[in-house]
Design a protein. Structure first.
Length: 237
């Protein structure tokens, strides 16, 4: 969709967005521990997970059934290293606000970071160049202050499949997400300390999403957690 068409549809898109917000139930972040250790052998892998409501597990009851739970189980199945992990996530955070999640973590060091962000960048209409500046700052802080040698960023989901969103709003945010993903992929290809994780086979029908039709359900968390674990195990360990 062209910028002119998006401007022309502005009043309709705004009305649809407001209606969708009113219709969607407010779901809590998943219960459960946000830091822990998994027994294993050798030098422990220290892992920091940073992100928005999808990192916080909104859409499922417990962290065990959320992104972090599936990521940790899949990592443990692919490597016998012990894992020391920590989750820093909050609903509503976009790429520009994510740095604040690291403020309480001074002194906490990690070998690898996983960053789950992007949907709120689209919702907040952040242009790609601002998102890239924010991601650059986040990667730099993780490297310089937390000792992270590599940060794995997850891509935006196919937002044009979100059940909550009506057309044409669904098509518009879907195109914005695709454009942002392309910019993030190009940015990551130029870096040695960051990557964009490929996640294949992700389908966002009502059966795989949370009750609000906007946040992931357990099937989505499983696909994403296992994909990130494969990426870490095969490329970074």
């Amino acid at each position: 969709m062209t910028t002119l068409a998006k401007i022309a549809l502005g009043p309709l898109l705004l009305a649809q967005a407001r209606l969708a917000r009113r219709r969607a139930p407010v779901l809590p972040e998943a219960d459960g521990e946000r830091e822990g250790r998994i027994a294993g052998t050798g030098v422990p892998l220290s892992l920091l997970i940073v992100g928005d409501s999808s990192a916080a597990g909104v859409g499922v009851a417990t962290q065990d059934r959320a992104f972090t739970g599936f990521l940790l189980r899949a990592l443990r199945a692919q490597s016998d290293r012990a894992i020391h992990w920590r989750l820093a996530a909050k609903s509503g955070v976009n790429s520009e606000a994510a740095l604040a999640l690291l403020d309480p973590l001074d002194g906490w060091r990690a070998e690898i970071a996983v960053v789950v962000l992007g949907v709120n960048d689209v919702i907040d209409q952040l242009p790609p160049h601002r998102v890239l500046i924010a991601r650059e700052a986040l990667a730099a802080r993780l490297r310089d202050r937390h000792g992270v040698r590599h940060t794995a960023f997850t891509p935006l989901p196919p937002m044009h499949e979100f059940p909550l969103l009506p057309h044409p709003l669904r098509a518009v945010v879907g195109r914005d997400a695709q454009r942002l993903n392309a910019a993030l992929a190009a940015w990551a290809r130029r870096r040695d300390d960051a990557s964009l994780v490929p996640i294949d086979g992700l389908r966002l029908g009502p059966e795989s999403m949370a009750a609000d039709g906007f946040h992931p359900g357990e099937p989505v968390y499983r696909v994403c957690g296992e994909a990130v674990a494969r990426h870490i195990a095969t490329r970074l360990l």
